[in-house]
Design a protein around this ligand. Structure first.
Ligand code: NDP
Length: 510
């Protein structure tokens, strides 16, 4: 795929699109045409360090606002973003190539999360008394959650507002200042968010954005921040983690997925098909928690497949806002998607819609693959494109076994009439999130933590856990009165130890 030059300057480095790049500026491109949208500076280590220094000063002011003050600021920020949501969605659509409606949905969801984080931080993180237990009954125990300081956020391009804001909103609400490195494919969206913050608090750089290529992200991991919130691929997460290990910088890693959908015999098939099509092909399949594998029990397999085939054949990918989905945002993914289709077919799978020829220069037509061996790359590795594998299973036990068969563990969905059975299956799925009778149901509920296990990463954003992820617990005890037993003394009386031994037996030895 040909791309216009992305950068200007003298020292050449490699950009994500494989185009020539330099150390001074780079271009954001329209994935529909390859045209340059705007130029952005490449922030080097010095520029990133300066941003982190500024953030550290701003963090003191932000922390001093307290929960109530931050809530007011964040709700102001939310209002400013919501009032200008059309402009933000238009920019998202421009930089990612996704239809405007999809971009707007993403902005709406991000605003919901910002609202929840602003309104719930105090309840989740404020200081509270906790029980001190019988052995320490003379102590008053208090637990509170303190801000970490400066959080470095490294984001992907597929949901350039929703995904990083899932970290930024919760980290801000917990009292941290942010330095955000957006993907090199969506720098404009990052800058937009920074400018929106600056429009309400121009002298307090609590949310700063540094633009650049992978090296800028790497510089952020070396800049002495108090935590890194990384969203992206597993291979990059490993690099980030290796750098974080040098300074014991904590990390939350939200990585890719290979999410399965399970369809039971008593499922509402029309509904399952509708959600399957959206989950697999929406955003051109470039969704970390999108549907990639579908396991359908044999009694309803053919009906499901026929209906899914019919709906997918009506899809019209393209570059307009009316298109079902847009072009591939990251050109390099196109070859990976093609190789997964080819591998599935070479290993015995069948293409019932499309095939390797569906992979175009910018747009990939939808592909449905069936009877694909579980060892195929199309089943085991993340396919960031509009393809889905539909495999027949004997029963729900086999479906769960196969769903649990990859090294990923992000989300999953179950379509089933018996909701109690659906909950049971959800429990048995080895991952972070499950939706019963919908797809991605968990993503729009701010009080639910979001994240995965295994190759899908660790740690959580969203919800109370997301707020705590960007805080450090602080434990304080205040002695209410002197303990009648002097156990913590170099001159411990023997009588006190004997008494304690009797108490231990009475309390725990019965
Ligand atoms: P990458 O891993 O390529 O990049 C992610 C971010 O890391 C980008 O901002 C990138 O910058 C930056 N980066 C690249 N190299 C380094 C480095 N050495 N040190 C620090 N930062 C670096 O992922 P993609 O952008 O391609 O995103 C797609 C992936 O993200 C998919 O696997 C997807 O599943 C996952 N994802 C996970 C989500 C989740 O919540 N679990 C949500 C959304 C996506 P640059 O772009 O400039 O190279």
């Amino acid at each position: 795929m040909t791309q216009k030059s992305r950068t200007t300057g003298s020292n050449t480095t490699t950009s994500k699109t494989g185009a020539e790049s330099s150390a001074t500026t780079f271009a954001s491109l329209d994935p529909r045409s390859g045209d340059v949208i705007a130029e952005y500076p490449v922030a080097d280590q010095a520029a990133v360090d300066e941003a982190v220094d500024r953030a550290r000063i701003a963090a003191r002011w932000w922390d001093a606002q307290g929960f109530r003050g931050r809530r007011e600021w964040l709700l102001e920020f939310k209002k400013a973003v919501a009032q200008d949501a059309v402009a933000l969605a238009t920019l998202v659509s421009r930089e990612t190539g996704k239809p405007y409606g999809d971009a707007f949905l993403e902005v709406m969801l991000a605003i919901e999360h910002l609202d929840w984080a602003a309104k719930n931080a105090k309840k989740v993180l404020r200081a509270r008394k906790v029980p001190s237990g019988i052995a320490s009954f003379n102590q008053a125990a208090t637990l509170e959650y303190k801000a970490l300081g400066v959080v470095g956020v490294i984001g992907p391009w597929n949901y350039p507002v929703y995904t990083p804001m899932g970290s930024i909103s919760y980290a801000l609400a917990a009292g941290n200042a942010i330095v955000f490195k957006p993907s090199e494919l969506t720098p404009g969206v990052g800058k937009w968010l920074e400018e929106k913050w600056n429009s309400i608090a121009p002298t307090q750089p609590v949310l700063q954005v540094v633009t650049g290529l992978g090296e800028t992200g790497s510089a952020l991991t070396r800049a002495g921040v108090d935590k890194i919130a990384f969203t992206g691929s597993g291979p990059t997460a490993r690099k980030v983690m290796a750098v974080c290990a040098e300074s014991l910088t904590p990390l939350v890693a939200e990585c890719g997925g290979k999410d399965a959908m399970i369809v039971a015999a008593d499922a509402d098939i029309d509904k399952a098909v509708d959600f399957a099509a959206f989950g697999a092909f929406g955003n051109a399949g470039q969704t970390c928690a999108g549907v990639e594998r579908i396991y359908v029990v044999e009694s309803v397999y053919q009906e499901f497949l026929d209906k899914l085939t019919a709906i997918v054949k009506r899809a019209e990918p393209g570059g307009s806002d009316e298109s079902t989905y847009g072009p591939m945002t990251l050109p390099r993914q196109i070859d990976i998607v093609r190789s997964h289709i080819e591998d599935a077919l070479a290993s015995g799978g069948t293409a019932v819609v499309g095939g390797a020829e569906s992979v175009g220069e910018r747009i990939i037509e939808p592909v449905i693959l069936t009877d694909v061996p579980e060892t195929s790359r199309a089943v085991c590795e993340e396919t960031f494109g509009p393809t889905v594998v539909v495999n027949k299973v004997r029963d729900l036990d086999e479906a769960v076994d196969r769903a649990n068969g990859t090294s990923y563990g992000l989300g999953a969905s179950v379509f089933i009439g018996n909701k109690a059975k659906g909950r049971e299956l959800a429990e048995r799925l080895r991952n972070g999130m499950v939706s019963v009778n919908s797809v991605l149901g968990f993503a729009g509920i701010p009080s639910l933590p979001f994240g995965g296990i295994g190759e899908s990463g660790f740690g959580r954003i969203h919800g109370a856990d997301g707020l705590r992820e960007f805080s450090r617990p602080k434990s304080v005890t205040v002695e209410r009165f002197s303990s009648p037993l002097r156990l913590m003394s170099l001159e411990r009386p023997e009588r006190d130890l004997n008494l304690s031994a009797k108490m231990l037996k009475f309390m725990h030895g019965r």
